[in-house]
Design a protein around this ligand. Structure first.
Ligand code: UT7
Length: 330
């Protein structure tokens, strides 16, 4: 039976940097508050002057991952994009990316699973490869959260950012690769994080509204507690399924929403922060892009060695949460 191996990683973020000090001029906040409460120092935001949409960022990240993997566009047979901010309601960002890559042999679609979108995609690709229906896949997390950010809401605008990350996953019978995937959701808590309108929920009269109807809304405090609880639980599940302990894990790459969430999860798991990869200070919360961006940085910094156990954990709107245990094989 073939196994799914990550054979290349890539990421792409907009050039424009928005610092906490810049935000001080937009809303009633301070660099001190944002740094202390979230760990975020700066983030990347797409510029309307440049050609930077969700699909553009996703395609750039994909090209870097494909270059590392030595995979040509025609070799891809599946493209999955986790996103809550596709450039258009339809077609899927994945199809726009397929077009940019000229990956004519692939089928392509998006997954809407909040910040867990990338791990949901990885899980699906893992299953598809294992049953022999796919040889080479791209899994991408790509977001332009700035397009749904309420820039007058200090509770959310200091957190959200744009970016994309990608991995190439290939079938191989060699040992290692993706060992387990867990994906979970609880729709009863959808109101903790959502966008007000979209698709069938379009207000009858759009004119006269003083706020964009599709702004992201969040109950940060309640979400924080669920994030810590569910990320801890799904990490423990992955460890148990693979008969591993935190000692065995070389690197934990969690969703980058808030450094305090990450520290609390690390404490619960009794894993040293030295083994936890964080880059939330540079990029803020990029939703489904955060894990593949972090993974690409960790990989390019040489933090992953062959046969290392790598644990990825995500949590986001839905609510959704997910994990993937990987034995690194590059
Ligand atoms: O991506 C996956 C889903 N997202 C998450 O998991 C995010 C989870 N939530 C969080 O990260 C945190 O809850 C936040 C960073 C959003 C907020 O941090 P907090 O420590 O939970 O703060 P809070 O919402 O309890 O607010 C504390 C105070 C409030 O003032 P009062 O009522 O105590 O006077 C807020 O109005 O901080 C105030 N506040 C701010 N002050 C300055 C909220 N946002 C800001 C701000 N600047 N940007």
């Amino acid at each position: 039976m073939p196994k799914a191996h990550i054979v290349g990683t890539g990421s792409s973020v907009p050039r424009r940097v928005l610092t906490n000090f810049d935000l001080e001029t937009i809303v009633d906040t301070s660099d001190k508050w944002i740094t202390r409460r979230t760990g975020i120092v700066e983030r990347r935001i797409c510029s309307s002057a440049e050609k930077e949409g969700t699909a553009d960022l996703g395609a750039q990240a994909a090209l870097k991952a494909m270059e590392m993997a030595g995979i040509a566009p025609k070799d891809l047979d599946m493209i999955v994009v986790g996103t809550v901010t596709p450039d258009r309601q339809f077609p899927a960002a994945a199809c726009m990316i397929q077009n940019q890559l000229k990956a004519e042999n692939a089928f392509a679609f998006d997954i809407s699973a909040g910040c867990s979108g990338f791990l949901y995609g990885l899980s699906l690709v893992n299953d598809t490869i294992r049953v022999g229906s796919c040889k080479n896949a791209l899994v991408i997390g790509a977001e332009r959260l700035s397009s749904i950010t309420n820039w007058t809401d200090r509770g959310t605008c200091v957190l959200l950012a744009d970016g994309a990350g990608a991995v190439v996953v290939s079938a191989d019978t060699k040992k290692g690769g993706i060992l387990s995937s867990h994906i979970q959701s609880d729709g009863s808590l959808w109101e903790l994080l959502y966008s007000s309108y979209g698709n069938s929920f379009v207000p009858e009269i759009l004119s006269g509204l003083d706020t964009k109807p599709f702004y992201l809304k969040m109950e940060g405090n309640r979400l924080f507690k669920r994030a810590v609880e569910y990320l801890t639980a799904i990490a423990e599940k992955a460890l148990k399924e693979n008969s591993l302990s935190c000692e065995d894990v070389a690197l934990l790459v969690p969703h980058q929403a808030n450094i305090r969430i990450i520290q609390a999860v690390a404490k619960n798991l009794n894993i040293s922060m030295e083994k936890v990869f964080t880059n939330v200070e540079k990029y803020g919360n990029t939703s489904s892009a955060s894990i593949p961006i972090a993974l690409d940085e960790a990989n390019r910094q040489g933090l992953l060695k062959k046969d290392d156990y790598l644990l990825l954990i995500a949590f986001g709107a839905g609510l959704t949460w997910a994990s993937s245990m990987i034995r690194w094989s590059i």
